[in-house]
Design a protein around this ligand. Structure first.
Ligand SMILES: [Zn+2]
Length: 902
């Protein structure tokens, strides 16, 4: 047993008593700075305390450098630490140029790559996690740093320091670390010691903070991505803490299915690391590591670690056991689920955990072993890791040089030209090279106008684009033959051009010479990998797209704003998302806004879209230019009042509420958060015109946290009183917007004459999980203004509606009578939804309830759907009264059944 193993197996405090190498006499222990041992019962370090410690390490040791890399959503400075031998840290510029060269292999040949792989050192990213209630990982990073900096008398650590540079994030969610530590401190020693946190631990999106890896909506996702591309590690290891009980740590290989467009060397490397990790745990007597279970698949590319797999990085996560903050728990076999009680050793779970105490320090120790094991693998396989990074990139370039798709073309002229730029800037920020056509050309018989953007696929990160642009065909995996479908861990389909409403053309044959001749890189196409990573204010550009700090991204601009026609008002098309920024900006400056309805269709066909008219604006032209609007001028129409909008915000936190809040803020909506007391005190109609309910279960809304489980003020939900107040609000003329699951709440509790036809269907009859479907939309309904008649919409366990006796109102979107609506992802049992309604405007008293069986603002991704939420937020009784009815748009498919027997 080497000293490394003893370090990992023992508590930090005993280290100082061991054989102290020279460095340890001057380098402070965590305990000497924090006043607590890492992982001590009932103690959690905040991010500020953690950084204080890292700064002292930086000052005391030449083996660790701390660097600031950005600011969080709440404005905290964010740091990474680089840990290695003093010689390596003194040579970082050279090492970094090697990591970049191997990641971008076009200018290398195999011999040169091999030479660089031999000269270079491995770069391994380990982070202190981002799910802040999984508390152990952000504590373990302090101990890991100390152990490495002072551990060179151990031959394994000495080798790690020589052959590996560790890019260590103390935490990638600093806000969450401090919020959760403060919450826990306020409850330790009270009956609420392990009470759940009554707020999201990232400002907007809580637990979804590891699902934003390609869309990069949040600041945290952007600095994480920027660091990944600026340094190009060969391994990314992201810690989590929710192992399936009673196992003590779940470790890859990942479950099925995995993403199809990852170089196989990456999966193989992850598997190698996983097996080394469980072996290392076993060597230290740390029982209960498992590689089993079907839960943790690697299909959705938006996981913040997995998003890098497509850049040829071996990316993995682990799930260490249970969290109750720093409060110890004792478990017996009686607590185990039935199937785990026999403690039978299994091939991939060879040392079943037998129960007993489980403390924060135990989780920290398992993580220390897992992290040092990754570093040990990196040291042992250093040259292979570096060369494989080159080889994977080389292979990807070779593949798309002789296989389709050869390129993706994105024309400038789009239904919403800004959406195309939003898409391209995200790719550019993540290392994708983009060209633009300097003349009009023809490819595969398709004319491509000047200005068309081109993503050539013979580039090393092409798999990333492929994974995001391709249609997903989620495999039909069953729990057992003929059994119900396996539940995807996350989304089944996400195809970005479809979600974002961006027209993309695939090159199915090699690029014509005239296309190649007309292509020009967008501003240099070089990432500023050696620039300081200091950009974390992505929302300050007038356009609102962000990513301006990246020279490639900043060079991607939509066609300039333009106004045609004449008249007193600026007419803005809700088909362009920035129209809503314009509307909200107009109201904020005292200008007037009118809604001009569209025309209903003939004989049940979808009608034409309405639009908004802005008048009395001093600087209309400037706004058109800043927001790159394609607008016209026309009559002013009759102005509507700016709606007073409320967004329900439960104490039992809702991630979808957070995304909704974030998106409404981004587009300049003025609204209030409604907590339980705000609803329960009533008189809602006097204060609000529109109330929005995010995607939530009825139980979450009605019951909230159980009494006694959290401090009193956070307990309970809306209850019967809240239901009565919401019902009264609508009856008095308000609009209740129900996103996805909250539609079920409204149907049941407000006794609406509408039924969810998917209710009660077994999972082997009907199953739909996180996919893109096609809906037939009526754009003449104000809520659907700006939508195409055949719209691609995100659904996730979404209700599907039919109406019942007494129904008054309109169907706004429906499923086609034939075929399957599935566009990308997975859908079983399409026959159950054919012809039924997907979105309904239900009259209730003097007001309206909008039932939206979809997720139009899902994770801030479907730019082609946002306007449904935005129009809905503006859909007051005043707007509703202008809307023409389009009664033939929908016929109840089950009308005969109802007539036959009710
Ligand atoms: Zn987690």
């Amino acid at each position: 047993m080497t000293r490394l193993r003893r370090i990992a197996a023992r508590a930090g405090a005993s280290l100082a008593l061991g054989v102290a190498p020279l460095a340890a006499q001057t380098v402070p222990t965590p305990e000497s700075v924090l006043g607590h041992r890492i992982g001590e019962d009932f103690y959690l370090a905040t991010y500020e305390e953690s950084i204080d410690y890292f700064q002292r390490l930086d000052a005391a040791s030449d083996r660790l450098q701390l660097r600031e890399v950005g600011r969080t959503s709440f404005g905290r400075p964010v740091y990474i630490a680089l840990v290695s031998s003093a010689a390596n840290l003194a040579n970082l510029d050279r090492l970094r140029s090697i990591w970049q060269a191997l990641a971008h292999p076009r200018s290398l040949d195999d011999a040169e790559a091999h030479r660089l792989a031999t000269e270079g050192k491995a770069l391994v990213w380990i982070d202190g996690g981002l799910h802040a209630t999984e508390v152990a990982h952000a504590q373990h990073t302090l101990q890991l740093a100390y152990d490495l900096v002072t551990g060179d008398s151990d031959p394994e650590i000495a080798r790690i320091l020589d052959d590996v540079v560790l890019l260590l994030w103390p935490s990638i969610n600093p806000d969450g670390q401090t919020l959760v530590a403060d919450w826990y401190r306020s409850n330790v020693g009270t009956p609420y010691e392990t009470a759940p946190v009554p707020f999201l631990y990232q400002k907007y999106i809580g637990h979804d903070n590891n699902r934003d890896g390609y869309m990069l909506g949040q600041i945290e996702s952007r600095y994480v991505t920027r660091v990944a591309r600026a340094w190009e590690p060969q391994i990314i290891y992201n810690h989590h803490q929710s192992a399936p009980f009673p196992t003590r740590i779940w470790i890859p290989p990942f479950a099925e299915p995995i993403s199809p467009f990852v170089h196989p060397l990456m999966w193989r490397t992850v598997n190698l690391i996983g097996m080394a990790m469980s072996t290392a745990l076993e060597e230290r007597g740390q029982r209960g590591a498992t590689h089993m279970g079907t839960g943790f698949d690697d299909w959705y590319p938006g996981f913040i670690d997995h998003a890098n797999s497509f850049h040829n990085v071996a990316s993995l996560l682990t799930e260490t056991a249970l969290y109750r903050y720093a409060t110890p728990g004792f478990y017996t076999i009686d607590d185990f689920p039935d199937g785990s009680r026999d403690l039978r050793p299994q091939s991939l779970y060879s040392s079943p955990w037998e129960g007993g105490w489980w403390r924060l320090r135990d989780a920290v120790d398992y993580m220390l072993t897992a992290s040092t094991s990754v570093l040990d693998v990196a040291a042992k396989y250093k040259t292979d890791l570096l060369y494989n990074r080159y080889q994977a990139g080389r292979d990807v370039i070779a593949h798309y040089t002789s296989n389709p798709p050869y390129a993706y073309f994105i024309p400038e002229r789009q239904r919403d030209p800004v959406a195309a730029v939003e898409l391209l800037r995200r790719l550019a920020f993540n290392g994708i090279e983009v060209d633009q056509l300097t003349g009009s050309v023809t490819q595969d018989g398709i004319e491509l106008p000047i200005g068309t953007w081109v993503i050539r696929m013979d580039q090393e990160f092409a798999n990333y684009v492929r994974q995001l642009f391709d249609f997903q065909d989620y495999p039909d995996l069953r729990e057992y033959p003929e059994g119900p479908p396996d539940q995807p861990y996350d989304m089944a389909g996400w195809t970005l051009p479809e979600q974002m409403g961006v027209r993309v053309i695939e090159a199915s044959s090699p690029l014509e010479d005239e296309v190649l001749d007309a292509m020009m890189p967008v501003i240099g196409n070089a990432l500023p990998w050696d620039a300081d990573v200091d950009d974390a204010s992505p929302f300050d550009s007038a356009l609102g797209v962000g990513f301006d700090s990246n020279p490639v991204a900043a060079g991607l601009l939509p066609p300039g704003g333009n106004v045609t026609g004449s008249g007193p008002a600026l007419l803005v098309d809700p088909g362009q998302n920035n129209a809503f920024k314009a509307i909200n900006r107009a109201w904020a400056t005292g200008a007037r806004v009118a809604f001009v309805p569209g025309e209903p269709g003939e004989e049940g066909a979808p009608g034409t879209s309405g639009h908004y008219a802005i008048s009395g604006l001093g600087d209309a032209n400037r706004m058109v230019l800043e927001l790159t609007l394609q607008a016209t001028r026309g009559p002013a129409g009759s102005a509507i009042r700016r709606p007073r909008i409320g967004l329900y915000r439960p104490y039992s936190p809702s991630i979808d509420e957070g995304w909704t809040r974030w998106l409404l803020e981004r587009f300049g909506f003025e609204f209030a958060s409604l907590y339980n007391p705000d609803v329960l005190t009533g008189r809602l109609r006097e204060r609000y015109d529109v109330i929005v309910l995010a995607d939530m279960s009825s139980r979450q809304m009605l019951e909230g946290f159980a009494p006694g489980s959290v401090p009193g003020r956070y307990a309970g939900g809306l209850g019967e009183t809240g239901v009565r107040e919401l019902d009264r609000f609508v009856r008095d003329g308000g609009t209740l917007v129900c996103l996805n699951g909250s539609s079920r709440f409204a149907i049941e509790r407000l006794h609406l004459p509408v039924r969810d036809v998917t209710r009660g269907l077994a999972r082997d009859e009907y199953f739909q999980s996180g996919s893109i479907v096609e809906m037939i939309v009526d754009p003449s309904h104000p809520v659907m203004s700006g939508m195409p008649e055949r719209a691609r919409v995100i659904v996730e366990g979404s209700p599907v509606f039919t109406t019942e006796e007494g129904f008054e109102g309109e169907v706004m979107a429906r499923y086609a009578d034939e075929g399957s609506p599935l566009v990308s992802g997975y859908l079983l049992g399409a026959e159950h939804v054919r012809g039924y309604a997907a979105a309904v405007d239900v009259r209730h008293g003097d007001g309206r309830v909008l039932l939206l069986g979809m997720r139009p603002q899902w994770r801030g991704q479907p730019f082609g759907n946002f306007r449904i939420l935005f129009n809905a937020a503006l859909y007051t009784s005043e707007v509703a009264s202008t809307a023409p009815a389009n009664p033939g748009f929908w016929t109840r498919p089950d009308a005969d059944d109802e007539a036959g027997g009710g």
